[in-house]
Design a protein around this ligand. Structure first.
Ligand code: FE2
Ligand code: FE2
Length: 366
């Protein structure tokens, strides 16, 4: 079966305006109605279409402004002291790409946020600092650079940095724009701090070691019981995987953060991955549905997204919109590069909307 992607093809709207039709459209409009053929071509694209553009946010440009926020407002005043990153074409929904939000949060030693929860799921990727912690569902967890943390849909959470620690900066990722689009978001603040229900670091010790999980406990939540994925375990795992695995031609050594009980995504609406681009890696180009926000966790390289080159290094953040053609390259011939990313794939997959296509022109490159 041949597909014809021309708007002149029979079945696509091609009605010429006439005075009679224009009067007819006005009459429909006055009744809260309209003729489908006037909008059909716009609302039914031949292929997935994004309004987002690829963007790169350089950490060296933003870092001093992020730190400055800690002199201008307190966490109590701000609620959350965050500089958010917004896509030039998604400003009206405060999205970094598609329906995903991201921001950079700074917390100084001795500071903490109020305990709160929201229907939007959240995740964090630690960029710098020492002595940072999060408390999720009464579980206090210590955080280090390149650790990945989740605060799922409606889980109470608060964050802070211990006295004697060093100012912490982390990236937040949330599905706020998606939940607002679905008109399903909400927010609540707890009066006071959460009571701890387990010893510090219980979750990563109970669910993140040696493939073991507590045999005498049942976890009935729809998200991962492992709240923190430690870089101390993740990076060695990537290196071991490199020894035994074929390299994915698009994504290098490509690993998903998973719920250890199911092997599925860590949360219901957002997933996350860590990938290692070996020294000299030149990824091939592909496109797929789903929006992606990346942070370079290690090394340097560049990505070509819809024909435009974006050079990134450690801590830079960039986005790949849905269906954008993209390829990732490690710029070093001697050092590995690592890219953290989060995405809306759980939503795309559950709704049957995921599709992927390799680029075959120009030997697989743009
Ligand atoms: Fe939050
Ligand atoms: Fe991709």
């Amino acid at each position: 079966m041949n597909e014809n992607h021309s708007d002149n093809q029979y079945g696509r709207a091609r009605v010429q305006d006439t005075p009679e039709l224009e009067a007819y459209y006005k009459e429909l409009e006055s009744l809260g109605a309209g003729a489908l053929w006037t909008v059909a071509n716009a609302i039914e694209p031949w292929e997935p279409r994004t309004t987002s553009i690829p963007m790169l946010w350089k950490y060296e440009d933003l870092r001093s402004l992020v730190l400055k926020s800690s002199e201008l407002v307190t966490p109590e005043q701000a609620g959350r002291r965050v500089v958010y990153l917004v896509n030039d074409k998604r400003k009206e929904v405060s999205a970094a790409v598609g329906w995903l939000y991201t921001g950079i949060q700074v917390t100084r030693p001795g500071e903490s946020t109020s305990a709160h929860r929201h229907r939007a799921s959240a995740l964090r990727f630690i960029m710098e600092g020492e002595g940072g912690y999060t408390v999720v569902d009464g579980n206090k967890i210590m955080l280090e650079v390149n650790d990945f943390v989740i605060t799922p849909n409606s889980a109470w959470h608060e964050h802070g940095v211990e006295e004697g620690g060093k100012t912490c900066i982390w990236q937040d990722g949330l599905d706020i724009p998606l939940l607002n689009a679905l008109e399903a978001n909400d927010y609540a603040v707890l009066d006071g701090k959460q009571e701890l229900i387990a010893p510090i670091n219980y979750s990563p010790i109970a669910y993140g070691c040696a493939g073991l999980i507590p045999a005498d406990k049942n976890w009935d939540k729809p998200y991962s019981p492992l709240f923190k994925y430690s870089w101390k375990s993740v990076y060695p795992a990537l290196l071991e995987m490199q020894k035994v695995s074929e390299i994915n031609s698009f994504d290098g050594i490509f690993m998903k953060y998973s719920n250890p009980l199911t092997g599925g995504h860590v949360m219901e609406t957002m997933g996350a991955s860590m990938q290692l681009l070996p020294a000299g890696f030149k990824g091939k180009a592909h496109q797929h549905t789903g929006s992606f926000v990346y942070q370079c966790a290690k090394g340097k390289g560049y990505s070509i997204i819809d024909g435009k080159r974006f050079d990134w290094k450690e801590r830079d953040i960039f986005c790949v919109p849905s269906w954008a053609i993209h390829e990732h390259h490690n710029a070093s011939e001697t050092e590995n590069a690592c890219l953290f990313s989060f995405n809306d794939l759980p939503v795309m997959e559950k709704l049957g909307l995921y599709q992927e296509r390799a680029c075959i022109d120009n030997n697989g490159h743009q």
